[in-house]
Design a protein around this ligand. Sequence first.
Ligand code: ZN
Length: 184
Amino acid sequence: MFLGCRQMFGRLDPGEGAAVTDEDYMRMALDEARQAAEEGEVPIGAVVVYGDRIVARAHNRRETDRDPSAHAEFSAMCAAARVLDRWRLTGCTVYVTLEPCLMCAGLMVNARIDRCVYGAPDPKGGALGTLFDVSHDERLNHEFQVTSGVLGQECADELRSFFRARRAAAKRKGPDAIEAQSCC
Ligand code: ZN
């Protein structure tokens, strides 16, 4: 059981019969990212949507779980598979605040997702267009759509303010306490 993710059956209701947008789901992923920050984790959050159903949401818990695979979107996809009771996530869109790494983009191929929507690009590890593009590699047996930059500024700000606060805290403890830091 993944403690850091929740299985969901909800729908978002924007009211007045309006359609739910990518921004609406990304706001939910941002809420997860903030939850990660409150737990002292790098703030990255993810939501998996099947049709108009939110089937899972999760945030980064790498430190808490001492688990190198506990990335937000990885945990959310595993939870979504349990909800849908199948390993194929065909018909699903994964919303995540930071561009997925190679591991998570690889799971998206293996899970056969339809689409990934991410917020901020990751120059140090992005595998959906920045350093690699795992979503459209004809050597692999699955391709999926990617939409980037949805609430990108807010997603990047969340990471920036987290690292700024962490650097300030480390500085108060002395220069030796400042560690090399990375996003994902
Ligand atoms: Zn990842």
